[in-house]
Design a protein. Structure first.
Length: 112
């Protein structure tokens, strides 16, 4: 049963891609506030304007997606995508021409 709950096909990653305007001081404050809300919700920067969050289940991922949607800024483009841990693990990452390993999956804490 534990194996089923921690299956790479059940564990999800939520990715948030955004391109927000930063032309004015107000725009930059909105950008910073949106980014800070993502960080406070457990997202980590993957690349500039791409943030990822590990979720133990699809239901948990939907909670975080709903939270991001409630905090969308009025201007700019935001994309939200969820993928399985298995799909995330198949990603190829390069630093220049050198292949890098994808980020480690965070350890799950289970309380009974």
């Amino acid at each position: 049963m534990l194996t089923e709950r921690l299956s790479a096909y059940r564990i999800m990653w939520v990715l948030v891609f955004f391109d927000l305007p930063t032309e004015t001081t107000k725009d930059r404050k909105i950008y910073a506030a949106f980014r800070k809300k993502l960080l406070n919700d457990g997202f980590a920067m993957f690349q500039f304007s791409i943030y990822v969050r590990h979720c133990p289940s699809r239901e948990n991922a939907e909670v975080h997606i709903k939270r991001v949607k409630s905090q969308l800024p009025e201007k700019g483009h935001v994309g939200i995508m969820s993928i399985t841990d298995k799909q995330f693990g198949m990603m190829e990452i390069y630093n220049g021409t050198e292949k890098q390993e994808p980020p480690d999956t965070p350890q799950q804490l289970e309380l009974f």
